[in-house]
Design a protein around this ligand. Structure first.
Ligand SMILES: [Zn+2]
Ligand SMILES: [Zn+2]
Length: 244
């Protein structure tokens, strides 16, 4: 790609997809397989851009519900989100969305950061408009070794293109990568994965944590607990996906 990431960031929102399309090779749409200039074709992008505001969701974890109940089974049987006041996971992590996350996060299709950021922004506008954002930080050294991190991209775009306040107040402490741990080990490590950076003077009343996917909820809960201990009164979270 000839255009640098940061010069892309500085372009206006209008025409961004056209701009991106012109610098990536034509490919087929991840969802429907038709010819597309982007990872998704225009009609599948519309589906992706729907934040699902009208869908009934679990009052605790935000998972989409089919039944008339107010809470999902997990939240009723094994309540985990005790410090998180509300969660808005935009899409269920199913089918083509798994490939989407893989293409973005693992395969390094970094232009997708703009698409995703626009969707995060829609949810922030509608639900948490003036609240500062706290991104879940990458593991130490990731940006140095890999060159980028997907949530760092999202944070930069939310700030530069949408004028949002980003507070980089959390840092990650663990050495072992979380995906290599079993669920039990992950639960056991709760409270040790992240910490509040030293010398943080200003702690807001309310924040929105952003992350790419909510799997067990341990990460969000871990961050929310730390933020509350540091003096934040209300902690919300927005994630792009939620695993079933
Ligand atoms: Zn399509
Ligand atoms: Zn739930």
């Amino acid at each position: 790609m000839s255009i640098s990431f940061y010069s892309l960031v500085n372009k206006t929102k209008i025409g961004l997809h056209t701009l991106i399309s012109s610098v990536v090779d034509p490919q087929s749409c991840l969802r429907c397989g038709s010819d597309a200039n982007f990872i998704l074709c225009d009609s599948c992008l519309k589906i992706f851009f729907d934040p699902g505001f009208s869908i009934k969701r679990c009052s605790v974890c935000g998972k989409q519900l089919i039944s008339e109940k107010d809470m999902c089974l997990n939240c009723r049987d094994e309540p985990l989100l005790l410090h998180t006041d509300s969660v808005y996971p935009i899409h269920p992590y199913r089918l083509w969305k798994k490939e989407l996350l893989f293409q973005w996060k693992i395969n390094g299709n970094r232009t997708f950061s703009f698409t995703a950021a626009s969707l995060y922004n829609q949810v922030l506008c509608s639900k948490y408009n003036t609240i500062p954002i706290v991104p879940v930080p990458p593991r130490p050294g990731k940006i140095f070794s890999k060159g980028w991190d997907q949530m760092h991209d999202i944070s930069k775009i939310l700030h530069k293109m949408y004028g949002r306040t980003i507070l980089y107040i959390l840092k990650r402490t663990e050495k072992k990568q979380q995906k290599k741990l079993t669920r039990e080990e992950r639960l056991h490590q709760m409270g040790h994965l992240y910490e509040i950076k030293k010398n943080i003077k200003c702690i807001p009343e309310e924040v929105v944590i952003i992350d790419d996917i909510m799997t067990t909820g341990v990460t969000l809960e871990n961050c929310a607990e730390l933020l509350k201990k540091a003096g934040v009164k209300k902690v919300h979270a927005v994630t792009l996906f939620i695993a079933d």
